[in-house]
Design a protein around this ligand. Structure first.
Ligand SMILES: *Cc1c(COP(=O)(O)O)cnc(C)c1O
Length: 475
């Protein structure tokens, strides 16, 4: 009998049956008392009838149909796929943390204390004076941060209509500027992959509300001219926005606030090991310098002689999420920072940079831009998407592909600090095995995974999120 990974297509050999298809039992139900119209109720219900081991194995097999950080290395550049230590889950599961957010502040002092503590930690780490924990993702943090910048200019009677974004920036930066009602001006990068100060001088002016920048940038390069960049933006009356996605490279070493940034978001899932939101519960706190604090979303957590309290900043842009933000995500970020402490956070950034540099030194692909920090962008000599698909056959997750565009057929890798030398070597082996294969082989990949090539555009635009879609297809 040959073994194959589970998969969910009607291919006899590998089809993973639904639980009800394995074995089921029909039971009668009495819905008369439910108070529902007859056409909405049933007399019989067919339920799966399987043993507990069968149930556990079914879900374990389904879990094999995808690839996660718990399956192996996951060097998805810019996305920072870090393992979430289970102790943070234990902390989030403590009974004391399960409080209803409508409870009065006096009765949830412990909860508010943790939120206040996280605001303080993040402020200290980023060099920011005030922090909101409300936004539910990095992109949502960007949006809130740019709305704060907009409110600041408006309060000064300053009508500024443009947000400047480098061409190497993450797509969410462009979307944020546009969604907040600004014209987005794209800043071309210099030939060394960094911000070109002359181009920046030309791009900013009386209309500039903000420059959005990540540092190190998406090529992993530190913007060495950052203080000059800050001066150029500030002299034009604009604000400097820090996209915190790459903070993992700087933790404990350099702070955005000290580099001249006025407002930033923290991708707690990229830097402090919390779940990526993926549309679900995530967090993207925003920090600002004093001048912008009065515009932050409400509520924030404050501390008085009587204890912790919720308050609305004076000229708040309002709410960007219900209640205090995603508490169970925030408590994990708090636990992670508290456990690592100053020395641990500094050590994490050292290892993240070391691991990226070690991995790059072991692979045969060319890495055109250096010196890089926590991530690097290699250039594939074949179609980068084919290389990525083929890497899956070697049991590793591929890097980010085809972005940033400054590198041809980009493979953007970020192993993070969590990987050991052994798993970095495993990654390098996968890179190099694929580098030495023929185009015909990689065009056909992957072959050993549960799912082969999918039509990504259709999958994104017309998602079928239910097994029932299979039945519709069959019909
Ligand atoms: C991930 C990322 C974002 C967006 O953050 P999300 O938390 O995924 O919404 C923004 N900028 C950069 C550079 C990123 O890598």
């Amino acid at each position: 009998m040959k073994f194959e990974q589970a998969r969910w297509i009607t291919d006899e050999d590998r089809y993973e049956p639904l639980l009800a298809e394995k074995r089921s039992k029909t039971v009668s139900v009495d819905a008369d008392d439910a108070g529902l119209p007859d056409e909405l109720t049933r007399d019989e219900l067919t339920l799966p009838s399987v043993s507990e081991p069968e149930l556990a194995r079914h879900y374990t097999r389904l879990s094999e149909m995808t690839y996660g950080i718990e399956n192996g290395p996951f060097p998805l550049g810019s996305c920072t796929m870090k393992y979430n230590p289970s102790f943070t889950e234990d902390v989030a599961a403590l009974a004391a943390g399960q409080v209803h957010p409508d409870r009065p502040a006096e009765s949830i002092q412990g909860t508010l204390g943790v939120l206040y503590g996280l605001q303080e930690y993040l402020g200290r780490i980023g060099g920011m004076d005030a922090v909101t924990l409300q936004p539910p993702a990095g992109a949502a943090g960007e949006f809130a941060g740019i709305l704060v910048a907009k409110a600041y200019h408006e309060a000064n009677g300053d009508d500024r209509t443009e947000v400047v974004v480098p061409d190497s920036a993450h797509g969410t930066n462009f979307a944020t500027g546009a969604l907040a009602g600004f014209d987005v001006v794209t800043l071309p990068s210099g030939s060394d992959g960094r911000v070109d100060c002359e181009a920046l001088e030309n791009a900013v002016g009386d209309d500039t509300a903000a420059l959005m920048l990540t540092n190190p940038n998406t090529l992993g390069l530190f913007e060495r001219d950052i203080t000059e960049i800050a001066d150029i933006v500030h002299d034009a009356g604009g604000l400097l926005y820090y996209d915190g996605a790459n903070l993992n490279a700087l933790l404990g070493r350099v702070r955005p606030g000290d580099m001249g940034f006025d407002v930033m978001h923290y991708n707690v899932h990229k830097t402090f090991a919390t779940p990526h939101g993926g549309g679900g519960p995530g967090a993207g706190p925003v920090g600002v310098v004093d001048d912008l604090a009065e515009f932050l979303p409400e509520p924030r957590v404050g501390k008085t002689d009587e204890g912790y309290e919720l308050f609305a900043p004076e000229s708040s842009i309002g709410k960007v999420h219900g209640y205090h933000g995603n508490w169970l995500v925030l408590v994990k970020a708090y636990a992670y920072i508290a456990r690592l402490g100053d020395a641990g956070l500094t050590d994490a950034s050292a290892k993240a940079v070391l691991n990226a540099n070690y991995l790059a030194s072991q692979i045969e692909y060319d890495v055109p831009f250096a010196p890089f920090h926590h991530e690097f962008v290699a250039s594939a000599d074949a179609d980068a998407a084919d290389v990525a698909k083929r890497m899956l056959d070697f049991g590793v997750h591929p890097p980010t592909t085809k972005w940033p565009e400054a590198v041809e057929e980009a493979l953007m890798a970020e192993p993070t600090e969590i990987e050991t030398k052994r798993s970095l070597d495993q990654l390098a082996e996968a890179f190099n095995a694929v580098a030495n294969e023929s185009e015909a082989t990689i065009e056909d990949a992957p072959n050993r995974t549960a799912v082969q090539r999918i039509d990504q555009a259709t999958a994104a635009r017309n998602p079928r999120l239910s097994w029932q879609a299979l039945e519709f297809d069959a019909e």
